[in-house]
Ligand binder design. Structure first.
Ligand code: HEC
Ligand code: HEC
Length: 351
């Protein structure tokens, strides 16, 4: 009896010692580590400056798909930010009004509202500002001024009613500012929850073991130093070319000076917004000039140019598997095209 008791006590003591030695202190929980660097998506990208209302979102959705506001009647937001291409157009550089080429690649509109500024060079403060300025962008909608654009819209009677509903109490609601607010409110709903969000929320099975290894590599080699937060990017500006000149790795045809051309400060030479990597697997080609065709190559370029590192092929495959887990579900009211109000396009007065 006593012998058995001694054996049991010794065994229990051994178990305690073993469990203390094998305690997980040396291997921190990968999900807790990921939660320190990233955040799951919210339901909407709320903004105190532009509260989301169902009326604004419904109008914004119509306007997003509306080509009759452009100078040649063919350009809507959806031309360059197509639903089936995850809010991009698949081109290195989009073609806008009158066949004009844009100077840079079109990033996705999905989750774009979560970023701290918009455009590669951060020269738009918000999605509302971006949409408003697009009206007069020479290679986008090509209107001479806001009034020309709004005259075209107001010629479609149903829009006057839509704007009045979305902006109640305003004497003349069909304005470029309200166009930006309505489209901005719609964009603030265009978020795409992904397997990575499910993983951050506690679903261990949401990521494959390859994607988990890729997440660990992404954090360990230093990608998450720049690509972090809720967008896995979209929070800061950084120089493209920390370790070497970017165009040597991307083989860019022309050299874009980035934010320097916006601020004229030498510290901004070759500086770009760190892009959000959500849905990045679905939005080739890559970089501000669309110079790199595939995601594995974009990952290699990043490691080389930003971190001065050569990744192993296994690391590239794992990181790409992690980036695949950032591909989310497309919003239903994005993939289904709306029925636009009836009315003819008003061509510009002869110049
Ligand atoms: C002719 C093509 C074209 C049209 C039309 C167009 N865009 Fe874009 N969009 C672009 C390009 C190119 C950029 C990148 C510009 C830059 O960074 O210099 C861009 C950038 C953006 C961004 C910033 C994304 C980011 O990650 O920085 C948003 C948001 C956006 N567009 C929304 C819209 C909306 C909304 C409309 C309609 C009002 C619109 N776009 C119309 C081509 C287009
Ligand atoms: C020092 C900051 C920094 C680090 C570190 C960094 N990036 Fe980037 N990343 C950027 C910037 C800035 C851009 C935009 C470059 C451009 O096109 O002008 C970018 C662009 C990208 C793109 C292209 C996105 C698109 O839509 O075209 C991918 C993919 C990417 N990074 C992945 C990674 C990976 C993977 C790592 C780690 C190996 C990494 N990045 C490390 C700053 C960084």
């Amino acid at each position: 009896m006593r012998v058995r008791l001694v054996v049991a006590v010794v065994a229990m003591a051994a178990l305690v010692v073993w469990s203390v030695l094998a305690a997980p202190a040396a291997t921190p929980d990968p999900r807790a580590q990921a939660l320190a660097a990233f955040k799951p998506l919210p339901a909407v990208a709320a903004s105190p400056a532009n509260p989301i209302t169902p009326e604004k979102v419904a109008l914004g959705r119509l306007l997003y798909f509306e080509p009759r506001v452009s100078a040649d009647g063919t350009v809507s937001c959806a031309r360059c930010h197509q639903p089936t291409l995850y809010g991009t157009d698949g081109l290195a550089k989009p073609i806008g009004v009158h066949g004009r080429e844009n100077p840079r690649n079109a990033p996705t509109v999905l989750n774009a509202a979560l970023q701290f500024v918009e455009h590669w060079r951060g020269d738009r403060t918000s999605v509302e500002d971006q949409a408003t300025q697009a009206l007069v962008g020479p290679p986008s909608f090509g209107n001479a001024n806001d009034r020309e654009a709004m005259t075209r819209l107001a010629a479609i009677p149903e829009y006057t009613r839509w704007f009045a509903r979305a902006f109640p109490g305003e004497a003349d609601p069909v304005t470029a500012r309200n166009w930006g607010r309505a489209i901005g409110a719609y964009e603030r709903t265009l978020l795409t929850p992904s397997p990575f969000d499910a993983y951050l929320g506690g679903d261990e099975a949401a990521l494959s073991s390859e994607a988990k290894a890729g997440l660990a590599a992404f954090m360990q080699v230093g990608c998450a130093d720049c690509h972090d937060g809720v967008g896995v990017g979209g929070r800061e500006f950084e120089k493209f070319g920390v370790a070497e000149e970017y165009w040597k790795a991307t083989k860019s045809a022309a050299i874009d000076k980035g934010r320097f051309d916006v601020t004229n400060r030498s510290a901004d030479l070759y500086v770009f917004k760190v892009p959000s990597l959500r849905n990045v697997a679905m939005t080739p080609p890559y970089f501000h000039d669309g110079s790199v065709a595939t995601l594995p190559e974009a990952v290699r370029v990043m490691a080389r140019v930003q971190l001065g590192k050569a990744l192993t092929e296994a690391q590239v495959t794992q990181i790409v598997a992690f980036l695949d887990s950032l591909t989310g579900t497309l919003p239903a009211d994005f993939v289904t095209l709306p029925v636009l109000p009836a009315g003819a396009f008003q061509p510009a007065a002869a110049p």
